[in-house]
Structure formats: structure tokens, C-alpha cells
Design a protein around this ligand. Structure first.
Ligand code: FBP
Length: 273
């Protein structure tokens, strides 16, 4: 397989993935703080910032993205990561499950995907089924020589009922999820921030070189958010996959300017306590 560092979603060994699958995962409520973000083309434009190495979209928005690029003669849109599974929070389920709704063949051949994204809910009672679906996705991605990013979000009954864990952001849980990315064959793993630099160090210790990116989470102040990103980079992480902390801002460009330095420049080597 092509080395991940040669993938268009990587720059200087790192990545900044602009995630925009929230209309699926959370619904339009995520666009209320910045109503312009409900318009996909607003976020597609944000994704043209140099700091963004990929935009992560569900298949419908990926089709729209390619049409938008063609209609506007845009040849500098971000590389495309197609999220091949997803779920709404409307459905009442007995536990977390994210069904596959796009084949890797469709993502690559029809949408020109540069990478594939898959959410894994280890700890759910549906984990076994998701492992099987991930296997098919991972093997197909290998055939097309595109990297797979695992959104590794352990959650559900197995986490909730285990007294050893305090929740989804428990460093032991996050590190376990990251390790699954390594062992199940992901090329990069996206994890919730475990709260501290030491927590991210635990993630890095669990994966020994697999590329890791921090999941943005709900919107917070510039300083609070950048502290978490710097801590992740300082601990050995490879960047960020972020949605709300970018598209819910009035001026996402200035934050992206800073993230460009932190993730791809020199600020990442600053020490964070
Ligand atoms: P954010 O940066 O907005 O947290 O986005 C990252 C992401 O993984 C999205 O791709 C996805 O829509 C969302 O978080 C899922 O969040 P959760 O399932 O934890 O509510």
C-alpha cells in the first residue's frame, strides 16, 4: 500500500481534516450558532484554506461537493474523505450502531475519494457487527489503495456499565479505542480528547506510530481549544479532525491560520504542561 505520508490528506506528516457530517450525526441544530454553516458551500469554501488537508463528508454531500467544484471551476478544493457509515440521533436504538451506507467502490470510483472514514463504536452491543462491516471497508480500501481513518469512539453499554471506566473520555477508554484502530487495520485513528496531554500520551503509547488525530468536540474558546490541540501535538499526535470548532466560528480563517502553525509549523514543539 502507498505510504500514508504520500497521501494528499497528509502534509508534513500531519493532517487537519475538516469534518462536516454533523447534519447526519446531530442534525441542523449544529448549524444554529453560525447559520451560514447550514449551507454546504459555505463550509466547502472554508475547506479551501491551506491548513485543511481533507474535508470529511457523507456520500450525499460528497456528490454535492464534486458538483460544486465542477460548476465553479474549482481545482483547489480540499482532498475528499468520504465517511462511509453514519447515523442520526433521531433513531431510538438499544445501543450505538453506525450502519455502512456507502461502498468504498462508490466512494473512490464515483466520488474520487482520497480517503475513507469509518466510525467504530467499540463497547456497544453492536460492536461485533461493526467489526465485520469495518473489515469489508478496510479490505476494499486496500484494493483501491486509499487510507482509512477510523473515528474510534468507544461508547455504549460496555463502557457505561464498566466501573473501571469513568466514561468515553477516560484515557484508558480512549487509548483502548486507539489501539483498536491499530489492530483492526486503520491507517489513522481519530479519538476524543482525553482531557490532558498525559492522556494523549497514553494514546500514543498504545499505538506506537499509528497516526492519530484529535476529535474537535463541542465549541469552546480559541484558547481552550488551541491548548488541547497543542497538547495533542506535543504528545505526538498528528493533528486534528474538527467540525464545530471551525464552522461554528464567525471567522474560521483566523483560527485555521493558527492551526496551520500549530499542526504543520513550529508552534507544535512548544511545551504544554
Ligand atoms: P466535532 O469537531 O464537531 O466534534 O466533529 C467531530 C465528529 O467526529 C464529527 O465527524 C461527527 O459528526 C461528530 O464529531 C460526532 O460526535 P458525537 O458522536 O461524539 O456526538
Amino acid at each position: 500500500m502507498r505510504p500514508l505520508d504520500d497521501s494528499p490528506i497528509i502534509r508534513n506528516g500531519n493532517a487537519l481534516i475538516l469534518a462536516y457530517d454533523h447534519g447526519t450525526e446531530h442534525g441542523p441544530v449544529d448549524f444554529e450558532p453560525m447559520p451560514a454553516s447550514a449551507d454546504p458551500t459555505h463550509v466547502f469554501e472554508v475547506g479551501r484554506h491551506d491548513a485543511v488537508t481533507a474535508i470529511a463528508l457523507q456520500r450525499g454531500l460528497a456528490e454535492y461537493y464534486r458538483t460544486w467544484e465542477a460548476d465553479h471551476g474549482i481545482d483547489d478544493g480540499s482532498p475528499l474523505l468520504v465517511k462511509v457509515n453514519g447515523n442520526s440521533n433521531l433513531a431510538e436504538r438499544d445501543d450505538y450502531y453506525s450502519p455502512t451506507q456507502c461502498s468504498v467502490a462508490y466512494a473512490v470510483e464515483e466520488l474520487g475519494a482520497d480517503a475513507i472514514g469509518y466510525t467504530m463504536y467499540a463497547g456497544s452491543i453492536h460492536e461485533d457487527r461493526m467489526w465485520t462491516e469495518f473489515r469489508a471497508t478496510q479490505e476494499a480500501a486496500r484494493e483501491y489503495d486509499v487510507p482509512v481513518v477510523m473515528w474510534s469512539y468507544p461508547r455504549g453499554r460496555g463502557i457505561r456499565t464498566n466501573d473501571d471506566y469513568t466514561g468515553q473520555s477516560d484515557p484508558d477508554v480512549v487509548a483502548y479505542g486507539a489501539r483498536l484502530g491499530l489492530e483492526l487495520g486503520a491507517d489513522m485513528v481519530k479519538c476524543k480528547y482525553p482531557g490532558t496531554k498525559a492522556g494523549w500520551q497514553q494514546v500514543e503509547d498504545a499505538v506506537r506510530g499509528l497516526k492519530t488525530v484529535m476529535s474537535g468536540g463541542s465549541k469552546r474558546s480559541d484558547d481552550a481549544f488551541l491548548d488541547d490541540v497543542r497538547a495533542t501535538i506535543d504528545a505526538g499526535g498528528n493533528g486534528l479532525a474538527v467540525g464545530r470548532n471551525v464552522f461554528q466560528r464567525e471567522d474560521p480563517e483566523s483560527l485555521l491560520d493558527t492551526l496551520d502553525d500549530v499542526i504543520f509549523g513550529t508552534q507544535g514543539v512548544q511545551e504544554v504542561a
